[in-house]
Design a protein around this ligand. Structure first.
Ligand code: ZN
Length: 270
C-alpha cells in the first residue's frame, strides 16, 4: 500500500525551474496525460522523449517557410486573444504556427495511428444528432461533446451557425501547402461553412490587403474557447468556420487576455 504522503508527491503537478519558458509551462500543464516536464530548452514527454523548445536561433522571414518549419517556440509565440474582445483584423495568427512532430507524437504519426484513437461525439444530440469521429487523446472528444451540449442551448439565431458541421477527422494537408491540417489529428471541426469567411475567399484591395470578415456570433466562440478550442476567426489569415483543440493557447499564463467567464472544473487548464 502506498502511504498517503507518497500519493501527494506522485500526483503533484510538475514544478518548473525559474528559467523554464512560460510557453513550455503552458504546454505541460495543458496536456498532463502526455507531457511531464520542461526546462529552459526542452519539453519532456511522459514516455521519456525530449523535444527541443527551439530548433534554430531565428525563423525564416518568409511566412510560408516559417509555417512549414515552425518549432515549439514559434507555436507559442503569438498570444491568443481569449474572449469576445479582440482586434479586427487580429495582429497575428495565434495557433496557426504548429510544430508538426509535436502533434504527430501526440495524436498519431499517420492516418491509421490517429484512427486507432477515435471516439464518437454526437453533435447537437438532442436535435441534429450527427455522429462525429474525434480523438480521445487528451479528452478532446469529451471536450467537444461538452461544446456541442452547450451550443444546443443557444438561441436559434446563433445555433444556425453550428447546425451543419463538416470535417472533423480527415487526414489531409492544408490546401495549397505541404503542411498537415489539424483535421488530420481529429481535434478540429468546421461548422457553418455557408456562413463562414476565409481569407483566401476575400479579394485583396489596392494595397494587396484582404479585409477582415466575420459573421459568427461571439456566443459560439466563447463556448468553444471555454472547453479548450481556439477559433480560426482570430487569425489575420482568418478561417471563421474552423475550431481546434488547443488548450495551451487558452492557458491564462499564455493567452493574451483573461477568459471572460470561469472555466468549469475538468475542462482544461484553469
Ligand atoms: Zn478547419
Amino acid at each position: 500500500m502506498i502511504p498517503p504522503l507518497l500519493w501527494v508527491v506522485l500526483l503533484a503537478p510538475p514544478t518548473f525551474a525559474p528559467d523554464t519558458p512560460v510557453g513550455l509551462r503552458c504546454l505541460v500543464e495543458s496536456y498532463p496525460d502526455l507531457l511531464c516536464g520542461a526546462d529552459a530548452t526542452t519539453l519532456r514527454w511522459c514516455d521519456g522523449v525530449d523535444m527541443p523548445w527551439r530548433t534554430r536561433a531565428a525563423p525564416p522571414t518568409d511566412l510560408e517557410a516559417h509555417l512549414d518549419t515552425a518549432d515549439l517556440f514559434d507555436q507559442m509565440a503569438d498570444a491568443y486573444p481569449v474572449g469576445p474582445v479582440f482586434a479586427t483584423p487580429p495582429p497575428g495568427d495565434p495557433g496557426r504556427m504548429r510544430h508538426a512532430p509535436f502533434f504527430k507524437k501526440m495524436y498519431g504519426e499517420d492516418r491509421a495511428a490517429v484512427g486507432a484513437r477515435l471516439g464518437t461525439v454526437r453533435w447537437l444530440r438532442g436535435t441534429v444528432d450527427l455522429p462525429l469521429k474525434v480523438s480521445t487523446v487528451n479528452g478532446a472528444d469529451r471536450a467537444l461533446q461538452a461544446v456541442s451540449d452547450e451550443l444546443e442551448g443557444l438561441p436559434a439565431a446563433s445555433r444556425r451557425f453550428v447546425e451543419k458541421p463538416s470535417g472533423t477527422f480527415v487526414w489531409r494537408t492544408v490546401k495549397g501547402t505541404r503542411r498537415l491540417s489539424m483535421h488530420s489529428f481529429a481535434v478540429s471541426i468546421d461548422v457553418g461553412v455557408a456562413l463562414s469567411d476565409y481569407w483566401k475567399w476575400v479579394k485583396p484591395d489596392a494595397q494587396g490587403k484582404r479585409p477582415y470578415r466575420n459573421r459568427f456570433p461571439m456566443q459560439v466562440v466563447e463556448i468553444f474557447e471555454r472547453h479548450g478550442f481556439i477559433w480560426g476567426g482570430k487569425w489575420a489569415h482568418f478561417d471563421t468556420m474552423h475550431f481546434e483543440y488547443r488548450p495551451e493557447l487558452l492557458h491564462p499564463a499564455c493567452a493574451a487576455s483573461t477568459p471572460t467567464t470561469p472555466r468549469p472544473a475538468g475542462s482544461g487548464p484553469g
